[in-house]
Design a protein around this ligand. Structure first.
Ligand SMILES: [Zn+2]
Length: 221
């Protein structure tokens, strides 16, 4: 698999407008900085990647995690070296969703990325103890509210990760609400720094897309 590289915001991984200074955060991050320190995305969440990611996520094709995880590892490598003590931790599913799906797609990606980069992986570190509705159709503020307080770290994992650098892995970042809340959970446990490594980043909406005015305002701020 091959994905063309494109200039992205170092904080949130949104594609940068042409002419935007390389390495500078985007205008959205200046107005609404995310909780995590930086973000890497391998792909835009657009065709032909959307059906592929849907197969990984919803259609029982966990084997796709290997090539897609390697794409993510390549994107992380292209962004420069990270500490070899970084611990890779996937965004969790609720126990109910895990049972329903049979696997956590973010966990599979996290294992592949950690293996490719020679890093430690803690696939069970974070738990989602609230079962939330699927968030694809929610506005950004609703997403943030729904996910607040939804995650926790097991006490022994909190001790283990205290003072460490963590790379959170997820399949798709849209508004960043989930990754922001996971970052708050990790910081509360004393984690030193948090990066977000996502396979795909939802690009800014165009007018006429199925998003709300509030979403557009945040994206275009
Ligand atoms: Zn940004």
């Amino acid at each position: 698999m091959f994905a063309p590289r494109r200039a992205r915001c170092p904080r949130c991984a949104l594609p940068l407008r042409p002419g935007w200074p390389t390495g500078e955060p985007c205008a959205l991050c200046e107005a609404y900085p995310p909780e995590f320190d930086r973000a890497v995305a391998a792909l835009d969440y657009i065709p032909p990647w959307t059906p592929l990611i849907a197969r990984l996520k919803f259609h029982e094709t966990p084997a796709l995690a290997r090539p897609l995880g390697r794409l993510l590892a390549q994107a992380v490598r292209a962004r420069g070296p990270c500490s070899r003590y970084t611990v890779v931790v996937p965004a969790p599913l609720s126990a109910e969703r895990h049972r329903e799906r049979g696997y956590n797609q973010a966990g599979l990606l996290a294992r592949e990325v950690a293996c490719a980069l020679g890093l430690a992986c803690e696939p069970e570190a974070l738990h989602k103890h609230q079962h939330t509705a699927r968030m694809m159709s929610l506005q950004s503020d609703e997403r943030a509210l729904q996910i607040r307080g939804a995650f926790s770290l097991l006490p022994d994992q909190a001790r283990h990760l205290k003072g460490r650098d963590v790379a959170l892995v997820d399949d798709v970042m849209t508004t960043g609400a989930t990754l922001n809340e996971l970052t708050r959970t990790l910081h509360a446990a004393g984690v030193r720094s948090v990066q977000a490594w996502v396979l795909a980043r939802t690009p800014p909406p165009r007018s006429g897309d199925a998003v709300t005015a509030a979403d557009e305002g945040r994206w275009e701020a």
